[in-house]
Design a protein around this ligand. Structure first.
Ligand code: UGA
Length: 452
C-alpha cells in the first residue's frame, strides 16, 4: 500500500520527555480526537485511515468533521517546533511498525440483527499479527461487545508468524460529539482494562499527563462499563420522556418534575431533558448491541428493549402533536429548524429529524429547513427539500415552525419578527427550548414536550 505521510521525522524528542509511540487506527470522531489529544499531551502519534481523501485533507490541515476546537488543536500540535508529534498516514503497516501502543478506533456499525459488525476490528488484528516485529500493546478504543479483547488476542495469536509478545487492553472513550476535546482532556474518569502488569504500566504512563481518576479493571469489565454506561444514559432519556408523556396527560410540568428528581444526588440532573428522543452514532447502536449480546449469552435484557421503544414512540407522538394542531398536513408549509442529532455537530446519524421529516413528507407537507452545520449531510439523504440560508427564510410564510435540535443560534431568534412574517403563529418545540408562558404572551400557539 502506498504510504502517504506528512513527514518522516524520527521523533527523538518530546517536550515532556515521557512520550510513547502511538498509532491510532481509524480517523473518525473517536480516532481523530483521541489521536490529536494524545499528541497534545506529549506523545508521538500516527493517525491512520485507509481513506486517502481523508488523509490528504488532514495533511493539508483540514479535519473532515465539525468538532469545536479540534482543527485548531491539530494545527497547534502539528506546528510544534520541538519536532512534529502528529502524523497522518494511510499505511497501517507503517503505523504498526513505528508504534508501541496501537489504538483501534475503526467503525463497529450495526448488523441488521442489531449485533456489532466487528469485521474492521478483525481485519486490523490480522494486519497487526502479520506486521508485529517487537512488543505491541493493542488497545480497543472503539465501542465493542464484551469479550472482543479475547477475540483480538486469539486472532493475533492465530495469524502471527513469530513468538513476539503483545497485550490487548480496553480503553473505552466517553467523548461526546460537540465537546470531544474537552471530554478527552478533562474526563470524569479514565477506564483501563488490562490483563498484565506490563499493559497496566504502559497505559498509566500514557495517561499520566491527564489528571483524572483512573480505574484499572480486567478487559471484560472495561468493555462492559462502556456498553452499560451508554445504555444507562439512553435509559435515563427514555425514562424522562415517558414521564413527560404522563405529565402531558395530567397537566404536570416535566421541567419541574425533572428538576425535583435531579436534585436528588442519587439521580442527578443531567440527561433528564425531555424531547423527541436520542439519536447519534452511539446510543441507538450501543443499546441495540447490548440487547443482542445479552440475548446471545442467554439473558433477555427486556428493559433495554423498552428504552428503544419509548425512543421511537417519541418521534411518532411529535408527529401526532403536529397533526392535532394543524389537522391536515397535505400542502401545509412547515418550517424545520435543526437537523443534527444534537447541537454543535454536523452529525445526522440516527437523528430524530430524519424520521420526522420522512413522515411529514409522506403526508404531503411542504418543508423548508435550516441547520447551522448539518445541511450538507442532510442533502445527501433528502436532496429535494428547500434548504434555507437562515432562520428567517424558513419562517417566512410558514404555517408552522418546528424545532428539532436545540442550537444556541435558535435561542437568539427575534420572535416578534417571526410572528410578523409567519403565515400562522404556530410553533412546535421538540426540545423544550422556550418558555411556554413567554411564547403564549407573544401570541403563538406553542406546544412542547411534557408541559403546557
Ligand atoms: C454519547 C455519550 O454521551 C458519550 O459519553 C459516549 O462517548 C458517546 O456517546 C460514544 O459512545 O461515542 P454523543 O452520542 O456524542 O455521546 O451524544 P450525547 O451528548 O450523549 O447525546 C446523545 C443523544 O441524546 C442526543 O440525540 C441528545 O439530543 C439526546 N439527549 C441527551 C436527550 O434527548 N436528552 C438529554 O437529556 C440528553
Amino acid at each position: 500500500m502506498k504510504k502517504l505521510t506528512k513527514n518522516n521525522h524520527s521523533f527523538k524528542k518530546s517536550k515532556k520527555g515521557i512520550y510513547k509511540k502511538v498509532a491510532v487506527i481509524g480517523c473518525g470522531y473517536v480516532g481523530l480526537t483521541s489521536g490529536i489529544c494524545l499528541a497534545n499531551i506529549g506523545h508521538r502519534v500516527i493517525c491512520v485511515d485507509n481513506d486517502e481523501t481523508k488523509i490528504k485533507s488532514l495533511i493539508s490541515g483540514k479535519i473532515p468533521i465539525y468538532e469545536p476546537g479540534l482543527e485548531d488543536l491539530m494545527k497547534k500540535v502539528t506546528s510544534i517546533k520541538t519536532g512534529p508529534r502528529l502524523e497522518f498516514s494511510n499505511s497501517l503497516e507503517y503505523a504498526i511498525k513505528e508504534s508501541e501502543i496501537i489504538f483501534v478506533a475503526v467503525g463497529t456499525p450495526s448488523n441488521p440483527d442489531g449485533s456489532a459488525d466487528l469485521s474492521y476490528v478483525e481485519n486490523v488484528a490480522r494486519t497487526i499479527a502479520l506486521n508485529i516485529d517487537e512488543y505491541k500493546l493493542v488497545v480497543e478504543k472503539s465501542t465493542v461487545p464484551v469479550q472482543t479483547a479475547d477475540w483480538i488476542k486469539t486472532t493475533i495469536n492465530r495469524y502471527k508468524k513469530n513468538n513476539i509478545e503483545f497485550d490487548v487492553a480496553s480503553n473505552p472513550e466517553f467523548l461526546r460529539e460537540g465537546s470531544a476535546v474537552k471530554d478527552f482532556m478533562f474526563p470524569d474518569r479514565i477506564v483501563i482494562g488490562v490483563e498484565t502488569e506490563r499493559a497496566k504500566k504502559l497505559m498509566l504512563e500514557l495517561y499520566e499527563p491527564i489528571k483524572a481518576e483512573k480505574i484499572v479493571v480486567d478487559t471484560k469489565s472495561s468493555e462492559l462499563i462502556k456498553h452499560a454506561s451508554n445504555s444507562f444514559l439512553a435509559m435515563k432519556i427514555s425514562f424522562i420522556n415517558a414521564v413527560a408523556n404522563v405529565c402531558e396527560r395530567t397537566g404536570a410540568d416535566i421541567e419541574k418534575v425533572a428538576l425535583g428528581m435531579g436534585l436528588d444526588k442519587r439521580i442527578g440532573r443531567s440527561f433528564l431533558n425531555a424531547g423527541i428522543g436520542y439519536g447519534g452514532s452511539c446510543f441507538p447502536k450501543d443499546v441495540k448491541a447490548f440487547i443482542w449480546i445479552s440475548q446471545n449469552i442467554g439473558y433477555d435484557f427486556g428493559l433495554l428493549k423498552e428504552v428503544e421503544k419509548v425512543n421511537q414512540t417519541q418521534r411518532k407522538l411529535f408527529i401526532k402533536k403536529i397533526e392535532e394542531t394543524l389537522w391536515i398536513l397535505k400542502d401545509k408549509k412547515i418550517g424545520v429548524l435543526g437537523l443534527a442529532f444534537k447541537p454543535d455537530t454536523d452529525d445526522i446519524r440516527e437523528s430524530p429529524a430524519i424520521d420526522v421529516i420522512k413522515i411529514l413528507k409522506e403526508k404531503g407537507a411542504k418543508l423548508k429547513v435550516y441547520d447551522p452545520k448539518a445541511m450538507e449531510k442532510f442533502k445527501v439523504i433528502f436532496p429535494d427539500l428547500e434548504y434555507c440560508k437562515n432562520v428567517y427564510q424558513v419562517v417566512e410564510n410558514s404555517d408552522c415552525l418546528i424545532f428539532l435540535t436545540e442550537w444556541d443560534e435558535f435561542k437568539k431568534i427575534n420572535f416578534k419578527k417571526v410572528k410578523q412574517i409567519m403565515s400562522q403563529a404556530i410553533i412546535l418545540d421538540g426540545r423544550n427550548m422556550f418558555s411556554p408562558e413567554k411564547m403564549k404572551k407573544l401570541g403563538f400557539v406553542y406546544k412542547s414536550i411534557g408541559r403546557e
